[in-house]
Design a binder for this molecule. Structure first.
Ligand SMILES: [Zn+2]
Length: 252
């Protein structure tokens, strides 16, 4: 997208650097106990690598992973003109759900709206060709080198309608292919939100302690979400469904 970079001012860059330092300081710490009064019972005693974009869905996936795995590592991809606020959201979420972060520079990846020569075919807003094949292939590399048995993605029920590479079928096949190449461990890809609607994701995210004010869903940058892109519209529908106001609409 031809995103406005005005928001990434000198002041914003300083904020970003401070958030990054705080996040880096969290490396190696155990995930936050969501209920400090009760001992956490992990469903699986193993390490998971969770893809984290900074949006509500991936934040819910992160929260779910911290509740179900004894060790959690987050991975995020810094593609061309990624909104500053989205990257900031990753750092802020990891201050709550403490986990080390792998940040992968993928500046060669551009949304089709940002290509020097536009495609002649209409594609969904935010489309990056072969995005999940690339993201999950890189995640497989880190899963093996960081001893993670599972990769967790925050794709929800209707994601695959617009993006076929977000479907369970596609990612299952990707894991099968990757496992032919990985020598020291077999990995699986888990999609805890794949049967949920946006409203169900929002409801669970609230129950799992996701700080909505620390997420960013908009395709664009700015002090507030644009309210017009498809991601903003879906987010608004989710908040309406659970009957609360999006804190980003009132935050300064
Ligand atoms: Zn938007």
């Amino acid at each position: 997208m031809v995103a406005s970079c005005n928001y990434e001012s000198e002041k914003a860059t300083r904020i970003y650097a401070a958030e990054e330092r705080r996040c880096r300081g969290a490396e190696g710490r155990a995930p936050r106990l969501l209920s400090p009064s009760a001992p956490q019972q992990f469903r699986i005693m193993s390490r998971a690598l969770v893809l984290l974009s900074g949006g509500v869905d991936s934040a819910a996936a992160l929260a779910w992973t911290c509740q179900n795995y004894s060790e959690v590592v987050a991975i995020t991809f810094q593609y061309h003109l990624r909104p500053f606020r989205e990257r900031l959201a990753v750092y802020r979420l990891l201050q709550v759900f403490r986990a080390p972060l792998i940040e992968v520079p993928t500046n060669f990846l551009r949304e089709v709206a940002d290509l020097p020569e536009p495609l002649n075919t209409i594609v969904p807003e935010g489309y990056i060709p072969n995005r999940n094949m690339i993201f999950y292939s890189i995640a497989c590399y880190y899963a093996e080198t960081r001893a993670c048995e599972t990769i967790v993605g925050g794709h929800i029920g209707n994601d695959s309608e617009a993006f076929p590479d977000a479907s369970k079928h596609f990612l299952h096949q990707l894991a099968q292919l990757a496992n032919q190449a990985l020598l020291t461990r077999k990995i699986k890809i888990e999609l805890p939100l794949e049967k949920m609607t946006k409203a169900e994701v929002m409801k669970n995210a609230q129950a799992w302690g996701v700080p909505f004010e620390s997420t960013w869903s908009c395709y664009w940058d700015g002090s507030h979400p644009c309210g017009k892109c498809i991601s903003c519209i879906e987010r608004a529908e989710g908040f309406a469904a659970i009957g609360i106001r999006d804190p980003l609409l009132s935050c300064p």
